[in-house]
Each structure stands twice: as structure tokens, then as C-alpha cells.
Design a protein around this ligand. Structure first.
Ligand code: SPD
Length: 371
């Protein structure tokens, strides 16, 4: 027995053909355009150009610096972007809110290249890995100018590296050589919460006040809030301590080395741990060019293309077979590819609800303005 009348399937097929014939050519075959919104300093020098050459698709590539900025755009809708790169814990909120489009996995054969362990981690935010695929991942940590920091504190580095920024005794000494922090509540609070012994993504609003009280004590010593410009400032020596991301800090180290300016920049892997992040590719629900976005995702997941990202921006990636294309000095860098022992100390990200996000933002603004 069938639930459908005898000619039902034929009628559907005829209807589909007629609808297609009514479509404009742009709808039938997507126009050759792709609008990408990604973090700054987060791509290889030829990644976009090679994709354009190969596919004839013209890419418009814009940058953001914080998850908050990307999220606000997605919530407002009509972003004009076809591919965005939220961190996994933000993507969870976005996909649950209907802001992202489910992936058509048949169009991304290179999904087979992805590390199953990483996909399992992403699955905790995106059940079934239905919406997001990895871009790069790393930790939110501290970058130091080793010589300047040692000279300013007048002795060895503290056992808990986080004391450098969160303990007034150290931060007060480092103010003169420049301290920066990421300009985002989403980055500063998880680190500060861990430091004061609270869960980094606590659901208890009182915990955030404890972190805010600690932050208030070190506010006079923070000379800059920056989520991208700090790379050059660290490289150039106008900052000696930055709360930033491990890859960015390694970019600063590479720039200083290239400039031969004597600044020895190191990305720390704190023995007391840090917070992990996983940045991911996603397609906004209202994207105008989803076909092209799928093509770009598939391209990025090629081992040699993925390796180009890591080689340039010093973050770990999700394609194990890219290893043979990674430069030896990058592969050997334990602040990019952490040891299993170090990795075990790191804390995975969690999503926080609207109320906590609002509270964090309010407390962060108070912290920044020094009230
Ligand atoms: N320079 C780009 C670095 C991107 C880092 N994304 C981190 C998000 C952590 N929540």
C-alpha cells in the first residue's frame, strides 16, 4: 500500500522542472561570488587567491576581532556573508537560534580528512556535526617579551604565569613596559574566572562579581585593550605582556625575529592551564551563495590548504594529514602543537546563556572604564 496517489511522484517531478525553468540563471547556477567574514590575521597569504583562481569565484573577505561582533551581526540578520567563523561555543547558540544553515555533507567530501576526536569535541556544541567544521584551534594565553618582563619584575617568572597579569604585585611592575588584554568579555572573563577559582563559564552570576573584583585591582596597570593590533605592538616592543591567543603571539614572535629587533616574544603554555577555543566555518541561514560556501569549506579541508593556514598563523588545525605539509619549525613548536600532557590541563569552551553574556559584558565595560 502507498500513502501517495498513483501519479504523485511524477507530478512532483514535473512541478520541480517547471519551478527550475522559472528561476533566474543566477538562482539556478549561483553567481560566482563568495562573501567571507573571518577573524583578522587568520589565513594564509595565497589561500583566497588560489581558491579564486581555481574556481573563478570572486571572494570578498572581511575581518572581525571578537565573537561578540560576529554574533551581533548574525542576530541582526542580512549580514551579506556566505561563510563566517564563530568559535564553537558561540556557534552552538547560533545554530540553536536558527541563524546557521545545516551543511550539505554530500558537497564536502573532504570532511573525511577531519580528526574524529576534534569532531567529537565539536559535536558537544553541534550534535551530529551538522552545522560547523573546524577552521583552527588554540588557547587564550599570555604572550611575553621575555627580557623586558624579567627585567621589570626583577627576578624569575612566577610559577603560575597568570600571576603576571592578574596579581597587582607583578602587573604594577609591568605597566611601564606595556600590558594589553583582548578587548572582549568573552576572552577576559573565562581566564579571570579560572584565576579566582571559579568555573570559567559559570552559570552562577555571583561568581562573575568575584572575577570582576579581582580585575578591578589590576585595571590601573592595563595599558591597552586590543584583539588584533597587539600583535604588532608585542613584536615591536611597545608591549611586554599580552593576554591574547597563542597563534597571534607566535605571529608577533615571528615578526620580531624577522625584524631582528631583539624582542624575544614567547607564547606561554601555562602549567596551571588555560581555556581552549575551536573556531569553525559556518554558513549563515540567509546566505545568498551557499553553494560557493560549501566549495570553500571543501577546499579549506584539503591537507595542503589546511597546512598553509597553520604555517602562516601558528594555530593547530583539524586535518591530521596536513602534517606532511607543515614546516618543520612549526611542527616542532609546542605552543602550536601542545603535548598531550599540556593539552590535558586545558579547559574546553562552553556556551553561556544570554543573561550571563549580558552580565559579563556589563562587568567588562565597568572594568575597562575603570569605574
Ligand atoms: N587572529 C585571530 C585569532 C582568532 C582567535 N579566535 C579565538 C576565539 C576564542 N574565543
Amino acid at each position: 500500500m502507498t500513502l501517495f496517489p498513483r501519479n504523485f511522484h511524477r507530478a512532483v517531478a514535473v512541478l520541480a522542472v517547471s519551478i527550475t525553468s522559472l528561476m533566474s540563471p543566477a538562482q539556478a547556477a549561483e553567481e560566482k561570488v563568495l562573501n567571507i567574514y573571518n577573524w583578522s590575521d587568520y589565513i594564509g597569504p595565497d589561500t583566497v587567491a588560489n581558491f579564486e583562481k581555481e574556481t573563478g569565484i570572486k571572494v570578498r573577505y572581511d575581518n572581525f576581532d571578537t565573537n561578540e561582533i560576529l554574533h551581533a551581526k548574525l542576530v541582526a540578520g542580512k549580514t551579506g556573508y556566505d561563510l563566517v567563523v564563530p568559535s564553537s561555543n558561540w556557534a552552538k547558540i547560533q545554530l540553536e537560534g536558527g541563524l546557521l544553515m545545516p551543511l550539505d555533507k554530500s558537497k564536502i567530501p573532504n570532511l573525511k580528512n577531519l580528526d574524529p576526536n576534534l569532531m567529537k569535541q565539536l559535536g558537544s556544541m553541534d550534535p551530529g556535526n551538522a552545522y560547523i567544521t573546524p577552521w583552527l584551534w588554540g588557547i587564550t594565553t599570555l604572550g611575553i617579551n621575555v627580557d623586558k618582563v624579567k627585567a621589570a619584575i626583577g627576578g624569575p617568572l612566577p610559577e603560575n604565569a597568570w600571576d603576571l597579569i592578574f596579581k597587582p604585585e607583578y602587573a604594577s611592575k609591568l605597566k611601564s613596559c606595556g600590558i594589553s588584554m583582548l578587548d572582549s568579555a568573552d576572552e577576559v572573563f573565562p581566564a579571570a574566572m579560572r584565576y579566582v577559582g571559579k568555573p570559567p563559564y559559570s552559570k552562577n552570576s555571583a561568581d562573575y562579581q568575584v572575577a570582576a573584583d579581582m580585575l578591578k585591582t589590576i585595571r590601573p596597570y592595563v595599558t591597552l585593550f586590543s584583539s588584533s593590533g597587539y600583535i604588532n605592538d608585542l613584536a615591536g616592543g611597545s608591549l611586554c605582556l599580552s593576554l591574547g591567543w597563542n597563534g597571534d603571539i607566535n605571529i608577533a614572535a615571528a615578526r620580531a625575529k624577522e625584524a631582528k629587533n631583539g624582542n624575544n616574544i614567547v607564547s606561554l603554555v601555562p602549567s596551571t592551564g588555560a581555556v581552549l577555543f575551536f573556531d569553525t566555518m559556518a554558513i549563515p541561514a540567509d546566505a545568498a551563495h551557499p553553494e560557493n560556501a560549501h566549495k570553500f569549506i571543501n577546499y579549506i579541508l584539503r591537507p595542503e590548504v589546511n597546512a598553509e593556514l597553520t604555517n602562516k598563523v601558528f594555530y593547530a588545525n583539524g586535518v591530521p594529514s596536513s602534517a606532511k605539509f607543515i614546516k618543520a619549525e612549526v611542527a616542532a613548536n609546542k605552543t602550536v602543537f601542545m603535548t598531550a600532557e599540556d593539552l590535558a590541563k586545558m579547559v574546553p569552551p562552553e556556551a553561556v546563556n544570554n543573561d550571563i553574556r549580558r552580565l559579563r559584558t556589563r562587568l567588562f565595560t565597568t572594568f575597562k572604564t575603570g569605574r
